[in-house]
Design a protein around this ligand. Structure first.
Ligand SMILES: C[S@@+](CC[C@H](N)C(=O)[O-])C[C@H]1O[C@@H](n2cnc3c(N)ncnc32)[C@H](O)[C@@H]1O
Length: 266
């Protein structure tokens, strides 16, 4: 198992990360808005599975359009947070790599938003794609986002300002700065676990004060992995601005939003 597993799990369950996800609302960007709109137009009233639901940001966007809705997360603290934020909805503790509690062909739409799929190692990612394909009904779709391997932000050390959110309160800013200093120190050790392996890379991201290591990929690998898992290819891929990406993406694109369909005849 790659070191990213423990690093990411520690971050997701940390009180400060949970605080960040407590009140997060709305779409993260225009790309997500576009891909959700496509999915909701097609599957309104259907059976929705929301993976890596965190504090329930996407629950608010999806559940009102669903016939049935289940949010899952492998972090117990996140499941509790989602339940507290949405007491009327169903949330369960589950790992996307093993969805054995969910029947074959039982879902119309599966979502794994905000690059959650990038938290798991390369073998885990293939397991997620295989499991999602298994639980989808023929003609169903998988919507997810994933980091771009060639994003320019991975090539350069981030500025302090991009890691430390501003605050007019000197005490809060001081605490944030202290977290930054600790994170920057840990980043030196974590970078030793970075991998560049053909089409994919495992890279330290500055989010959560250098607290996550992400799987980052290319549009061609997104297609080939989806095909291997049984999806129709090519999928529809959008950038953060909601523009369709065909071929190689520009280095200004940090992550992609993907709409992938399971063949209706499968
Ligand atoms: C970046 S957060 C996104 C949370 C939420 N979807 C949102 O957009 O606000 C990623 C979430 O995915 C969850 N996660 C990561 N890997 C997972 C896995 N293998 N199975 C289930 N949940 C996972 C984490 O616990 C975390 O809550």
């Amino acid at each position: 198992m790659h070191a990213m597993e423990q690093i990411n799990r520690n971050t997701w369950s940390a009180p400060l990360s949970l605080r960040g996800y407590r009140h997060i609302n709305g779409h993260i960007d225009a790309g997500e808005s576009r891909v959700f709109e496509t999915a909701l137009t097609r599957f309104r009233g259907g059976r929705f599975l929301d993976i890596g639901v965190g504090g329930g940001r996407t629950a608010a966007l999806l559940a009102g359009n669903a016939g049935s809705y289940l949010g899952i997360d492998y972090t117990p603290e996140m499941v509790e947070l989602a339940r507290a934020n949405h007491p009327d909805l169903a949330f369960e503790l589950m790992d996307a790599r093993n969805l054995h509690q969910i029947d074959d062909r039982s879902q119309d739409l599966v979502v794994f938003s905000y690059n959650g799929i990038d938290s798991v190692d390369p073998q885990g990612r293939l397991d997620v794609l295989r499991e999602v394909n298994r639980v989808l009904a023929p003609g169903g779709a998988f919507v997810f986002s994933t980091f771009h391997r060639d994003w320019e932000g991975f090539q350069h050390a981030p500025s302090r300002a991009s890691v430390v959110p501003p605050s007019s309160n000197p005490l809060i800013f001081g605490l944030r700065y202290a977290r930054y200093a600790v994170g920057a120190y840990k980043a030196r050790q974590r970078r030793r676990h970075e991998v560049r392996d053909g089409e994919h890379a495992i890279l330290l991201h500055h989010a959560h004060y250098f607290g996550i290591m992400v799987y980052a990929t290319t549009t061609s690998q997104i297609s080939s992995q989806l095909a291997e898992a049984g999806f129709t290819t090519p999928p529809n891929i959008f950038d953060e601005n909601g523009s369709e990406v065909s071929g190689q993406a520009s280095t200004g694109t940090q992550y992609f939003h993907v709409f992938a369909e399971k063949p209706a005849w499968s």
